[in-house]
Ligand binder design. Sequence first.
Ligand code: BTN
Length: 272
Amino acid sequence: MSGLSRGAVERLGSPLATRVEVHEELRSTQERARELARAGAPHGTLVVSRIQTGGRGRLGRRWGSPPGGLWMSLVLRPGISTEVAARTTQSAAVGVAKALVELDVPARIKWPNDLLVDGRKVCGILAESSTQSVPVTAKRVGKGAGRPVDFVVLGVGLNANLDPEDLGVVGREVATLRSELGHDVDLTELLGAILSHLGAELGRIEDFGAILEDWRALNCTLGERVRVRRFGEMLEGIALDLGPEGELLLQTRGGVVELFEGEVEQLSRERT
Ligand code: BTN
């Protein structure tokens, strides 16, 4: 693939790219990485594809993946509980945002983990975890609560060397690195920067307060009037702050609501 080859990726020497697959075309790097993880692939297995024919986004959406983007999924075996694994998406958003800012792309994080440039999405992140099975007699406190995570598949879809029109996204504004920078980037260098920042953020995931401080410094949601779609219901209010696990604290007419998931739409650019 143009600018990315298995050898070049391996030469990055990243602990997050110890076993590398680079494909010309795949349905989804996420599916391939999960297949490899289920078959025992180690931490740091990285799958990249030039094209995805069935790329998946959050909430079951399709993720258009023509040539020129950076479409990648990583197998992480963090040896942590489900609660800590849930921090992966926001930690990854901080890492990728830092890599983009270093490139002079002023990326900002929309809660929980979309990366936008001037309100247009440039990168999406999808983290899916699989917990270890526990004996049926074991007491369950909640869905997967306290159980060690077997693996997390972290997918990153970054609109890099392509034009926004190439993405075929109807009705939603998108940005690409090409549209922002006015030139293409070296995908191997970009991947190297992303892996390095991801490694740094994931390496301090137990110190989530510090990651959330950086998230706050890089976000474009807090202080905004937003509408949040969650499980089919709509909530409206001011995005006040994050709670200790990255949950969004939303000031609604009825009081402050804690949101652990949902799709945010920003309604205004007013600051409180
Ligand atoms: C989102 O909805 O914002 C998340 C998008 C994640 C897309 C990436 S592209 C690489 C990996 N493979 C997939 O099928 N999805 C993720």
